[in-house]
Design a protein around this ligand. Structure first.
Ligand code: COA
Length: 682
């Protein structure tokens, strides 16, 4: 039997755990309800369905809600005397007799859910279909039932817009050229000499070769490959470490792997930021983390920007403990010389493998020992694989080669006791329009924006869109669609975020949250709001501000996964309401044409006055400010600083978003229960 994919509220997140009924004989409520109250929910659990008047009433429900605070608790129907029919009483008794031993085991839950469905169908045939919670319908059926009936968008490009399309296309091609050049630079790591030193002298595999040995297949979502370019302290290709999400033994895992060809894998401030972001993604999406550690620790010339502050290097180790306590497993491989911070990271991991003659770990290496104590000691004796696996216990597994180490990691992952469902291939239709045309729709500037539905029709399954409030607040388009079979709520800019558009956005975001549907924000915010010139305009502005504030609150508090894709402008305050970085989307990507800034340089006509006197900055100051703003607004500037999770090509967007939706769904299949303490190495 296929596992349920949605709870009664329709959100992805697992099955119904229990049902309590009406008209039960005294004493029986204990069987199910007490079971629920006695133990916390499994993290994969999507919800509890309470059935009937007693269960849905008063203190039981209150207690359950308080305890299962992140789990949907809902009633299958509202208690009403008219439902106290003998049929339902029979049904309830039958159900309770069969399932009185509440059990958290997943298979039992599925069986329970399925059986309830059968029982209901047989016993209460007169109940209308819509009385059944939606999770009783399999994914495929649900897809067939709903998607094929969503209206199809007209994605044909009006001939009057062709010149805009051509301009956008030229701009996209130039941006993609820069994208390809940067990718080429990233692939060279620390350069030819460093690669030779790494492979010939140090006999190590390159970071991407390591990854290939670990992963099940080529499906790898690399995060922020352009991080570290053109920073005040120089270029640090890929921030000196590769991060991303790939599958091992069928499980999506976050990877954090040092690239030792870049200054010995030492950690720059941007490397810390990249690793912290990868850990945050692991935490938010509850993904197992694998660290391939090959790092000389802190890049010493920048130690002041690396060491003391809250989100500096130490935070990585803090997160390791917190993640372990959250039951997010972490496995490390020591696959190079790891000094200082490079030694803490594997020692803090739950299980660690070290590679003979390649992996070493110490707080200070042989040269420092010599300087401090005068003692000559080899790396192997000081902190080699044998020493750590036999004497110190800082590692748990000894591997005689890199291949053996990665096999060991796969074996460790097989012990995690993850119960994944059999791979389910969702049926879906491709969009009716070519993704290549997205290059001509990616706006080179705000005034080159075409209707957002042209973009939508090239991203979503079958170009089918169930629009919400189509006629109201039309500068924001909201509605439901599928991405490679995954249901998603879409919030897309189609002009300024006006008062009406913001209210509509708030309403729709709450709907998604209520139904537990992940949200995709397609962001293209307006570069500036016009200055009010009359009292009525000022009033409009105030109202718009209030409505935008509501939308921000709705977005911030929506308890569903969120993905933000910046397809054009990411400007000013409106970008917060559209789930900008500070609003914590699970993933945030940019198209290469995207512009990220508080204001658009093209809309500044005077130099801002900093003082009260009449001194206005001259033209050269204004020109300088515009150039600076222009440079700082580019998608590459943003990605270099990790304000996003990477730049993706418009034509790949659908694949990337669908992959993120699949990754985010994995957490519902973890069977681990909550615990408060990390695994501590003893
Ligand atoms: N800070 C700054 N630069 C460092 C560094 C550090 N902690 N560790 C290494 N580097 C630089 C080296 O100066 C060298 O730079 P170059 O290519 O411009 O000459 C580059 O990284 C590679 O180092 P190298 O020693 O030539 O490579 P390797 O592969 O033989 O060894 C290490 C790499 C990391 C094992 C070795 O350099 C080392 O042990 N470094 C000291 C680590 C340390 O003491 N860290 C303490 C952090 S608190």
């Amino acid at each position: 039997m296929a596992p349920p994919s949605e709870d009664p509220a329709g959100r992805p997140g697992g099955g119904i755990l229990a049902v309590t009924g009406v008209g039960r004989p005294r004493g029986d409520p204990g069987a199910v309800l007490s079971g629920l109250l006695a133990q916390p929910p499994a993290p994969g659990a999507g919800g509890v369905a309470l059935w009937g008047s007693r269960a849905c009433r008063g203190s039981s429900l209150g207690r359950l809600r308080a305890m299962w605070n992140n789990i949907t608790v809902c009633s299958l129907w509202r208690p009403s005397p008219s439902f106290m029919s003998s049929r339902i009483q029979t049904l309830t008794r039958l159900f309770i007799r069969n399932y009185k031993d509440f059990c958290k085991d997943r298979q039992t839950i599925w069986t329970l859910q399925n059986s309830l469905c059968q029982v209901m169908k047989k016993t209460v045939p007169t109940l209308k279909c819509n009385m059944f919670p939606r999770c009783f319908v399999s994914n495929k059926a649900r897809y067939g039932q709903y998607t094929k009936t969503f209206p199809v968008l007209d994605g044909s490009i009006p001939s009057v817009c062709e010149h805009v399309f051509e301009e956008n296309l030229r701009n996209s091609e130039a941006c993609i050229q820069r994208y390809s050049e940067l990718l080429c630079k990233v692939s060279k790591g620390g350069g030819e000499n460093a690669i030779l030193r790494h492979t010939q002298r140090n006999k190590k595999l390159l970071v991407r070769e390591r990854l290939r040995m670990l992963l099940d297949d080529e499906t790898f979502l690399e995060l922020s490959p352009f991080a570290g370019f053109d920073l005040p302290y120089g270029d640090v290709p890929a921030a000196g470490c590769l991060t991303g999400i790939g599958k091992i033994c069928g499980i999506w895992c976050v990877f954090i792997a040092n690239d030792a060809t870049i200054k010995g894998g030492t950690i720059y401030p941007i490397s810390v930021k990249k690793q912290l972001r990868a850990q945050q993604i692991a935490i938010q999406n509850r993904l197992l983390s694998v660290y391939l550690v090959d790092s000389g620790g802190a890049f010493l010339p920048l130690q002041a920007e690396l060491f003391p502050d809250e989100s500096h290097g130490g935070r990585i180790f803090y997160n390791e403990a917190i993640m372990s306590a959250m039951k997010i497993p972490q496995v490390a491989v020591v696959c190079g010389s790891c000094t200082a911070g490079g030694a803490y990271l594997p020692t803090m991991a739950e299980e660690t493998v070290i590679i003979d003659k390649i992996g070493t770990m110490f707080l200070a290496g042989p040269p420092l020992v010599k300087a401090a104590t005068g003692e000559d000691i080899s790396s192997e004796d000081l902190g080699g694989a044998r020493m750590h696996s036999k004497v110190s216990g800082c590692v748990d597994h000894f591997a005689s080669s890199e291949k053996e180490a990665y096999e060991c990691v796969r074996n460790i992952i097989l012990t995690l006791n993850y119960e994944l469902p059999p791979e389910e291939t969702l049926e879906y239709d491709d969009p009716l329009y070519s993704a290549e045309e997205l290059l001509g729709l990616a706006p080179r500037g705000y005034s080159y924006t075409l209707h957002i539905k042209l973009i939508l029709s090239r991203l979503i399954d079958g170009s089918r869109f169930q629009e919400f409030k189509a006629e109201y607040g039309t500068t924001l388009v909201t509605g439901f669609a599928h991405m490679e079979g995954h249901l998603v709520g879409i919030v897309a800019n189609n002009g300024e975020l006006t008062h009406d558009a913001s209210l509509k956005g708030s309403h729709f975001v709450q709907l998604c949250s209520q139904r537990c549907v992940p949200i995709l924000f397609l962001q293209n915010t307006a570069p500036h709001a016009p200055e009010p010139t009359s009292l009525s305009q000022a009033e409009d502005h105030t109202n718009r501000l209030k409505a935008q504030a509501s939308m921000m609150a709705a977005v911030a508090c929506a308890g569903v996964p969120k993905i933000t894709l910046v397809i054009g402008g990411c400007y000013g305050n409106e970008s917060y309401a559209m789930c900008g970085r500070s609003f914590d989307p699970n993933f945030l990507f940019l198209w290469p044409n995207a512009r990220v800034a508080l204001v658009d340089s093209r809309h500044i006509s005077t130099f801002p006055q900093a003082r009260d006197d009449d001194c206005i900055g001259d033209d050269s100051e204004l020109k300088h400010l515009k150039e600076k703003l222009d440079e700082e607004s580019s998608a590459f500037h943003s990605s270099a600083r990790l304000w996003d999770d990477g730049i993706i090509l418009p034509q790949n967007s659908r694949k990337v978003i669908a992959q993120c939706l699949t990754i985010m769904k994995q957490q519902k299949y973890q069977i681990a229960s909550l615990q408060r303490y990390p695994v501590i190495r003893l």
